[in-house]
Design a protein around this ligand. Sequence first.
Ligand SMILES: *[C@@H]1O[C@H](CO)[C@@H](O)[C@H](O)[C@H]1NC(C)=O
Ligand SMILES: *[C@@H]1O[C@H](CO)[C@@H](O)[C@H](O)[C@H]1NC(C)=O
Length: 378
Amino acid sequence: MLRCELFLAVTLLFLGRGSSGADGPAKIPSVGVMGRRPLQPPATSWSFPRRKRDVEPPSYLKWVAFEGTLPADAVSNWNDYAKRMEYVCSTRVLGCNTGAYVPDRGPFCFFPFAEKEHGTSTFKVLVNVGDFEALDWVDASFGSVPENAVEGCPSVDVFVGRNRYGLGKVNKEQRAAFIVVDDEEVWYKWYQVLVVKKGPSDITISDVRYNFSGAVQHREDVTLTKTTMKNEGCQGVRKAVTLEEATEMEHEWEIDQRVFATVHGVLQAAVLAFNETGWEVTNVNNIPWVGGASTSEYVVHTRVVEEEVQPRMVCTVALEGSRLDVRVPFTAQLTRNFGDGQVHHVAVTGWARSQAVVGVGASVKQCWPMTDVSPCRA
Ligand SMILES: *[C@@H]1O[C@H](CO)[C@@H](O)[C@H](O)[C@H]1NC(C)=O
Ligand SMILES: *[C@@H]1O[C@H](CO)[C@@H](O)[C@H](O)[C@H]1NC(C)=O
């Protein structure tokens, strides 16, 4: 008896209100699948303790507090009805609400609430850092949301939704999506929900295109090794020495989008090789990518110097070359393959750096008389 009265009171109390975020109740449905009032009555404000969600693995999808300008990589939606680009926003004002930030309409998040459009300057914008996450709009209805739907606020059953009129919110408790249409809140039974693809994926960075017009190169003369030739005798003699030294040819790749520093996968790229006149692109190799990639190989340089050395003279012989350091910008595709036919592509830019010692040769540098021997008899 008591319970019954209580329920009646609650119903009456909230009659005449529109949608009210996750924490508030809503009023009794009108008939049909679309209307100016929300469906679903019985939600009460003394709600059950909410299920605590599992701790999510690190995600590149984040709600970022709005600080006056549109953050990079904000998640957008083309509103074909209003002919404008909208960005997904959420606010804790009036519970939890999601809606649209439209730069031309000022620094506000507009959202449907209680039959009207509301705006707040305290809000967050949804950012897909580096465009790394695979996002999708998935059809749903009657308050249901697909797996991995994007929540408006932590652990509140309000999700980012849209339909052809623009961005809005999906409220599970009220079993509908709420969208602002011409300044009024309208509820819909069929809508789309923003979903982020989860699960392991194979990452490949491929289609690497170097732009040699943007290349920056440094050249430095280096001495790889030195030795001496000496003639202790009293007649000129042909002497030969062999000079040998290994140098490392190094190749490194990095991506400008620093967010990918934690990504593990495979880089499919051609290695740059110096062919004595310029840098050449060689065959494509698979190189492990752990936030970046590098390969190196040793090159052994061997040269023989043969020279006549004058009597009682010492000569230094040097193996010399030029150390080249080139940085070449590139563009590439980062691909996440989820193994279920779904593939997500991200355009990336970066720098390849190659170092090599080239133009290696050996020669006699200088000669001087030996001091620790007695002079030759004339
Ligand atoms: C290559 O680099 C040059 C110099 O930085 C730049 O002007 C040009 O637009 C780049 N080309 C491409 C295709 O990115
Ligand atoms: C060396 O590479 C440059 C630049 O790619 C190319 O134009 C030239 O033909 C190559 N020379 C030789 C000898 O392979």
